[in-house]
Design a protein around this ligand. Sequence first.
Ligand SMILES: Cc1ncc(COP(=O)(O)O)c(C=O)c1O
Length: 464
Amino acid sequence: MAPEAFRDLAGQIVDASADYLASLDDRRTNPAVSGVETETLFDGPLPEVGIGEAVVDDLVRIADACRAGTGRLFPYVVGPGEPVAAAADLFTSVLNQNATSWRSAPAAAVVERTVVRWLAEAIGCAGFEGSLTSGGSSANLMGLALARESRAPANETGAHPCVVYASTEVHMSVPKAVALLGIGRANLRLVPVDDAFRIDVGALEAAITEDERAGCRGIAIVASAGTVATGAIDPIARLAAVARDHGLWLHVDGAYGAPAALVEPDRFEGMAAADSISLDAHKWLYQPFDVSVLLHRDPGLARRTFAHTDDYVRPMSDDALEGLAFFEESIELSRRFRALKLWTSLRYHGLAPFREAIAADLRHARLLAELVDAEPSLELLAPVELSAVCFRSTLGDSGDALDRGNAELLREVNARGRVALSNATIDGAFALRACFVNHRTTDDDVRAIVEEVLAASAGRAGSG
Ligand SMILES: Cc1ncc(COP(=O)(O)O)c(C=O)c1O
């Protein structure tokens, strides 16, 4: 493709992107499409002869069948994507650096190392190193791989029996990691939580002591710094002390919550004593997917865990920087230059607007909790610890009927298209869940949640 043709095509794609952003507020947060309709739209044959610039029309149609990043997008832990970073993503793909190592991608390697340092410093963990990865799931897997190699080395001869501790609220990526690492999900001790869904430290210590007596080798504690359901933050400093006393690795799953340390550092006291920390920049740093970081303090251990290097990729330099190879300290070999969007976004805006946006998300969660409290037909199901709010409609039902009614209500709220929510199970009950990691949300968008739930509720009552 000639540079001028690229300029023309990219210009059209940038125009389509800007039109999309300009129309965001009029878009449905949840698109009104069925599975069959999306198949009819996009599951066509591969053309032998290309359609040229008409492909831009495809992009516009694709956008119409996407969940829009409005200020009313609240499901799971999903941000709407920050446009400066999105624009930088185009440049990332044009540069097409393979960020395996300094040897392959000199600028990318240093930009990544710098961004990792910035993030560590921003959350009060100066001195940590690490690398970017695709998400919290892979960061948690890597954190636990470090834990296993440090406490029960398995790389050469296979996994030994060992135990990992976490709360019952731990994210599903942790049981997945434990399974993939050959530790076995039965050896993940799920410790009960208190009324605020934080790990019960007494119960944890009892479980560790029991395992020690039985001769089971504990290797790690996973602290949740922002559980996925309610945003609860485990008492990290106390867990660090327990880990130290028992010789266990402490991994902090801050995939969701860790960026809140920019605003409320005291709530994350003890995080700097962890051995490894996950943080998803595509969650509460508003970045387009995908970019996450695993922080740790021991590059030597990271190399023992992940390096298995063939001659053809050896760095061929004794210089500490020019010999830097991310593939020797992480899972991937070929990798995107993920750091560039984050670098561009952070340098464009500075850190202050990120702090302000996170503070606004925290305030919006508290506002929703107040609105729910003020509405007799709604009730909160969990304390609001960070920016996740779990609630339900009382619907005049109880037990299973109440759960079924709220599940139906969630479907109807989402089908109305104005707000997008997800669900959680809180003490066995079905909850509607709104999570604020959205820099576009206004107070009116928060009010829209209650308006939509009440409107969908009234619709159900009318049809029933
Ligand atoms: C607490 C927590 N940990 C880990 C993850 C997994 O992150 P990812 O979806 O980026 O793999 C999530 C995702 O929501 C999460 O909330």
